[in-house]
Structure formats: structure tokens, C-alpha cells
Design a binder for this molecule. Structure first.
Ligand code: AMP
Ligand code: MG
Length: 506
């Protein structure tokens, strides 16, 4: 096997934050997916990994030299209720590699068997949900959204028992780190102040090294995490991504999207959209995601307070509370600014003077209200708007065709064109270039729920990976309006979307 050049800082520097553990042996490893481009990024030999040895490795039967598998401890608020001990119940961190860009990346298994954190679970994962994680994660990556990625999926040859019996699999996940809000909550809940400080300093060294010498470094860390989340959630919102289970253990401090379970993309625009079968109250509905991110950040802030002020020193505590509250209160503004930046790109507008923010926000709100009122497909609506920018080709017919009754749209288009004309009068890009830029800000292809399900069904029931592979090719070039990708751009029939439900895959 070609070498993995592991350098395992988490295992080395944070004893007491995990348990050493081994993946379970499985009967019949078979490689279902290998991410060649990601393997290259990690300076791994993709060709060599496509062998029987590679399958054994990615199924957990043969560890690469230098791997030090550990199950990490963490806690978390799940649907608002605190669980003091979660931890890696079916995951193991193998170690860290430095990629060709000099970035440190975690290499971890998911579905590699029971650990001391498994509680009632079997520690296993099924082929379908693991291939689903590949599809959605690669789509997010191609859309330019920070995300963990799948390096490989290996079938285990072992049945996994859920409501029905399913073929088992192990996914190898690559992440900037697996530090979560829940990791801090675990040690805060235990009152382990020294460990908490060690964890915070480790997080700063790993993700925000410039803050190590900052006078109030824990406050600065909170701010950095909040800024990354604001940017991330804004990107989710602008492509219609619904995470589905934004528990605090599923919020990564790196700012990457993590833990692909019941996530899915919205089709017809409706802020109340929920797909997850267990999200009865709609806590994690599309439109709630920004508030939930803020709520999670407040839970993170609480864990930092004991590091910022001595528990006996009441005035110092008051001051620390005021400081972290200031950051949490800043979050909506950070998010709104990031959202508007993305929306302006999608509207083909140049960043205006601050004085224009309110008018541009109203413009985008009115556009979204039109999509909502007419149940227009979010992705196609934006994409056809890009085409409509290209006046020289008279191309607003496809956009108008999405609306049953386009009169309200026409009034809005007139307002939008006037705003575009103002940009152009001030040296803006002009219609053709605007349309091209807008098409780079609004994808044509997203992981449509019916396409994802179709690909997974073929993989699971017929052992046919072709639909999965073809869909993956389309998802990796989301902005190209190539004729052969047309089947992937079509919305699902309304009946299919109306009752669509996703599951945690546990
Ligand atoms: P998740 O909903 O995937 O974020 O998982 C929440 C918690 O449940 C984490 O501690 C997981 O490690 C654990 N968990 C999820 N599925 C399983 C499983 N099949 N076996 C054991 N633990 C699991
Ligand atoms: Mg999780």
C-alpha cells in the first residue's frame, strides 16, 4: 500500500479527549467509490487504492501505517435538548494528513463498527446513505460551499438491520477537522476547565492561528467561528440546501458543512420546507437555519465563558457575558451581509453603496415572494433569471414560462432591469457579461431528490452503480448547461416532491 503520511495532532496533543479503538473487521470488502481528485489532493496514489488492498483499507480491515484510530468524545444539543455524552458512536478518526495545499485534513471512517460511545447503536452504516453523502457532499463542493468530502465508500458484505435489512458500507470522510460545538460542550458540561482551555487553544492553533497572540483569544475565536457560520449558512440559503439536523454536535468549528444525514435540496421555493422524517416541529426547516445557527453559536459561547472569566469574579463574568452576547448579536448582521452579497451575485448586481442595501434587499425579497406565491422551482427560477439578463437574445420566455400568471413577474423584471441599467451607467458589465456572471452564481444542476433516490435504489437493489456515477458527473459541473445533463436539471414531478421524506440513515 502506498504511504499515508499521517501526523496525528489530535491523538498526540489531546489525550483524554478520545478513546483508542479499532474498526470492526468485515467479511467482504468491495470498493464502491473512490474520489480520485481528492486522493490526488491528499497526495495519495489513487491507482494503487483501487486495488483489493484499497478495498480492505477503506472497509476497515487493514489500517494504513501511521493510522491511530480514535473515537472522539463530544456532547450536543439534539433538537434543543442536551445530551451530555454522544461521541463517535460509529466513526473513527484515523489521523491527519497534510494536503498538497499545505492544509491539515482529518481522515475518518463512518460506519466502522461499535465504539464505547455507541449507546444502543450498531456502529454500522448502509450503502445507500453513504453514497448519498458522496453525492450531496460532492455537489456542495462543486458549488463552492465549504464541506467535508468523501474519499471512498467500501461495501462490507455484511447486512445492516434497520426497518429493513440493507447492505453495509464504510465511508471515509475528509474534514478540515472534526471539532464541533459539541466537543466544547462535552468538557464544559463536565466542568473540566483545563481540558476546555486545551481544546480552545488547539482549535485556535488549527483553524485560527493568527488569533493565538490576540489579547482576548477566546472571544476572538467565537467571532471567527460566527463569521464562518454566517458565510456558510448564507451559501446554503442561496442554493436551497437544507441540512436537516443542525444539532450542536453537527456544527463544525471549521465552517465546513458536516454530517450529511437527512439533508436535501429544496425544489419549489418555500421557507417552511422540511424533509427530515424526525423533524416534526420543523425546527430545522429551510427558513429557520440562520436562527438555529445563531442558537448553536450561543451554546458555543456559553462553553467559552469559564475560560474568559473566573467563576468567583462576578464583575469579570458580567463583562464576559456582555462580550459574547455582543458577538451573538452581531451574527444576524454578518449573516445578512453575506446573504446579500450572494443574492447580488445571483441578481447580477454590483455591490452598491451601503445606502442601496435596503432597496436591493427589498428587490430580492419581492423576487422570492414571487417564487413563493407561484411555487416556482428555486433553482430553475434563479437560473432562468440569469438567461433573462441576456436581453440581446430576448431570453425571458423560459423564465416567464415558470409562472402561471407572469404579470407580477413582468413588473418586478422592469424594476430589476432599471437597477441593472444603473450599474451599467456606472461602468457595469452590460447584459451579456451580466448573464454569464449570473450563470456562475446560480447552478443549473443540483442533487434533485428523485435523481438521488433513483441512483441509490439502483445501487442498493440491483448493485448497479451506473446511475450513481452518471449523477455524480452531472453534480460535479453544476453550472454547465450541457444538453446531456438536461435530465438532471428537471424538477421532480410535484407528486414526488410533495411527500418526500429523508431519514438520518442511522
Ligand atoms: P448523527 O445524527 O449522525 O449526528 O449522530 C448522533 C449521534 O448518534 C452520534 O454520537 C453518532 O455517533 C451516534 N450514532 C448515529 N448512528 C449510530 C449507529 N448506527 N450506531 C452507533 N451510534 C450511532
Ligand atoms: Mg453527527
Amino acid at each position: 500500500m502506498p504511504p499515508f503520511r499521517f501526523d496525528n495532532t489530535y491523538a498526540r496533543e489531546l489525550p483524554g479527549f478520545y478513546v483508542h479503538w479499532k474498526p470492526a473487521a468485515v467479511p467482504a470488502p468491495r470498493l464502491l467509490f473512490l474520489n480520485d481528485a481528492l486522493a490526488d489532493e491528499l497526495q495519495l496514489d489513487a491507482a494503487a487504492l483501487r486495488s483489493a488492498d484499497g478495498a480492505a483499507l477503506f472497509a476497515g480491515n487493514a489500517l494504513p501505517d501511521g493510522a491511530e484510530p480514535i473515537a472522539q468524545a463530544y456532547a450536543g444539543h439534539q433538537f434543543g435538548g442536551f445530551s451530555p455524552q454522544l461521541g463517535d458512536g460509529r466513526a473513527l478518526l484515523l489521523g491527519e494528513l497534510i494536503d498538497h495545499g499545505g492544509r491539515r485534513r482529518d481522515i475518518a471512517f463512518k460506519g466502522s463498527g461499535r465504539t464505547p460511545f455507541s449507546r444502543g447503536g450498531d456502529g454500522k452504516a448502509a450503502v445507500g446513505p453513504m453514497l448519498r453523502e458522496v453525492l450531496i457532499g460532492e455537489a456542495m463542493h462543486a458549488l463552492g460551499i465549504p464541506t467535508t468530502r468523501a474519499l471512498a465508500v467500501a461495501a462490507t458484505g455484511e447486512p445492516v438491520h434497520r426497518e429493513v435489512t440493507l447492505p453495509g458500507a464504510v465511508l471515509t470522510r475528509v474534514a478540515a477537522s472534526h471539532l464541533r460545538v459539541g466537543t466544547f460542550q462535552f468538557f464544559a458540561a463536565q466542568g473540566e476547565l483545563d481540558k476546555l482551555r486545551q481544546l480552545a487553544d488547539y482549535t485556535i492553533a488549527r483553524h485560527d492561528p493568527a488569533l493565538a497572540a490576540a489579547p482576548e483569544r477566546y472571544l476572538a475565536l467565537l467571532h471567527a467561528v460566527a463569521a464562518r457560520q454566517a458565510a456558510l449558512i448564507a451559501q446554503w440559503m442561496n442554493v436551497g440546501f437544507i441540512h436537516g439536523v443542525m444539532n450542536t454536535d453537527n456544527m463544525a468549528l471549521s465552517g465546513e458543512t458536516i454530517d450529511y444525514g437527512p439533508c436535501a435540496f429544496m425544489e419549489a421555493y418555500d421557507p417552511a420546507t422540511v424533509f427530515s422524517s424526525i423533524d416534526h416541529g420543523g425546527r430545522y426547516a429551510y427558513g429557520n437555519q440562520p436562527q438555529i445557527a445563531r442558537w448553536n453559536l450561543a451554546r458555543f459561547a456559553e462553553t467559552l465563558l469559564p475560560l474568559m472569566a473566573d467563576a468567583e469574579d462576578e464583575p469579570a463574568i458580567q463583562r464576559a457575558v456582555a462580550q459574547v452576547t455582543g458577538v451573538i448579536d452581531e451574527f444576524p448582521g454578518l449573516y445578512a451581509a453575506a446573504l446579500l452579497d450572494g443574492q447580488r451575485a445571483k441578481l447580477g448586481l454590483l455591490k452598491a453603496m451601503a445606502a442601496d442595501d435596503a432597496a436591493d434587499r427589498a428587490l430580492v425579497q419581492d423576487w422570492l415572494a414571487l417564487l413563493h406565491a407561484r411555487s416556482v422551482d428555486f433553482t430553475l427560477g434563479w437560473r432562468r433569471l440569469a438567461d433573462a439578463a441576456d436581453e440581446s437574445e430576448g431570453r425571458d420566455a423560459p423564465l416567464r414560462a415558470l409562472f402561471v400568471e407572469p404579470a407580477a413577474l413582468d413588473a418586478w423584471l422592469a424594476r430589476w432591469r432599471e437597477r441593472c441599467a444603473r450599474d451599467d451607467a456606472a461602468g457595469g458589465p452590460g447584459a451579456g457579461e451580466r448573464a454569464a456572471r449570473m450563470r456562475r452564481a446560480s447552478p443549473w444542476v443540483i442533487p434533485r431528490n428523485h435523481r438521488v433516490e433513483e441512483a441509490l435504489a439502483a445501487a442498493m437493489s440491483d448493485d448497479d452503480l451506473m446511475p450513481f456515477e452518471r449523477l455524480l458527473i452531472a453534480l460535479r459541473r453544476p453550472y454547465d448547461e450541457a444538453p446531456e445533463l438536461a435530465p438532471y436539471a428537471e424538477p421532480a414531478p410535484a407528486e414526488a416532491t410533495a411527500g418526500y421524506q429523508t431519514f438520518c440513515g442511522t
